[in-house]
Design a protein around this ligand. Structure first.
Ligand SMILES: [Zn+2]
Length: 157
């Protein structure tokens, strides 16, 4: 028997492309596109983990509630969708904590998984400051099943 795993990142087109200071000037498309994906996943009878940005949760807590109400797992994708290897461990900790606060304000279901934006926790940097970042990530994931999205062969630019 084959087990398939479906995960979806909930971020708008501008997250990671446009400077944060300009985000509120960008057209917001996340609600309609996420609802289309929810319909497709529901139609297939599947369940998914939705890695949601804290920024999206603050703007659309009702969308986070809908994802949970439709039977999917709510997880965090950080707050600002920044490359983890460019953050200090302290900045990373603040980003994850803020995202968790936003998600937990929207839903009561436990948030137990984190996916780094752009899969930006990379093995090549683990011996340097990223070791602290991974430590922070694992501490946040005082979780029964930690899901750190690592791409082992990727190199930080
Ligand atoms: Zn992303």
């Amino acid at each position: 028997m084959i087990t398939n795993v479906l995960t979806i990142d909930v971020e708008d087109w501008y997250h990671g492309l446009v400077p944060i200071a300009k985000w509120r000037e960008c057209e917001d498309r996340i609600v309609d596109s996420t609802r289309r994906i929810l319909d497709i996943v529901d139609e297939a009878g599947a369940r998914s983990t939705f890695f949601i940005l804290g920024d999206v949760a603050d703007l659309h807590p009702e969308l986070v509630q809908e994802i949970a109400a439709r039977g999917h797992e709510v997880a965090t994708h950080g707050y600002h969708h920044e490359l983890v290897y460019r953050l200090t461990p302290e900045a990373f900790e603040q980003d994850v904590a803020r995202s968790l606060a936003s998600l937990r304000a929207a839903v009561t279901a436990p948030v137990v998984a984190y996916r780094a934006p752009f899969f930006s926790i990379v093995r090549v940097t683990l011996g340097t400051r990223c070791a602290g970042i991974v430590g922070v990530a694992l501490r946040f994931q005082r979780l029964p099943r930690a899901q750190l999205s690592l791409r082992h062969s990727q190199r930080a630019p």
